[in-house]
Write a protein of this length. Structure first.
Length: 125
């Protein structure tokens, strides 16, 4: 079901960094879903997110931060609050909303600062 109230979501905010670094890839054919943690079909082709190969450059490595607080698909403002906090910290983010949790991808080199910026929202809730 998930929580809708933004104040409750922020007050109970928890974030988890999945191990490893991840890369976004694009291709014209469907990706191997066994290797992808996410795949989405866009007009330009398929985008998938998967563990980064060892040879991926630092700028192509993303940390996967999962918001453990279970939010409703009808919740208003949670991803906006998170992206605003990351913007204020100068950290780019890519957001994937799933049925139970939001998933935030930030440059791997910024993961510690990103988690701190997100968790600082908890005191504001």
């Amino acid at each position: 079901m998930g929580e809708r109230d933004l104040r409750k979501l922020l007050a109970t905010l928890r974030v988890y960094r999945h191990p490893g670094d991840y890369s976004f890839t694009t291709q014209s054919t469907p990706p191997d879903l066994a290797m992808a943690i996410m795949a989405f079909r866009e007009r330009e082709g398929w985008t998938s997110i998967r563990l980064s190969p060892d040879e991926a450059p630092p700028e192509g490595r993303w940390a996967w931060l999962e918001i453990l607080t279970q939010s409703s698909l009808h919740a208003v403002g949670l991803t906006a609050a998170i992206s605003t906090a990351l913007t204020a910290a100068g950290i780019p983010c890519n957001v994937v909303a799933a049925a139970n949790h939001d998933h935030i991808f930030v440059p791997a080199s910024d993961s510690v600062s990103a988690m701190a910026a997100i968790m600082a929202l908890q005191t504001e809730g």
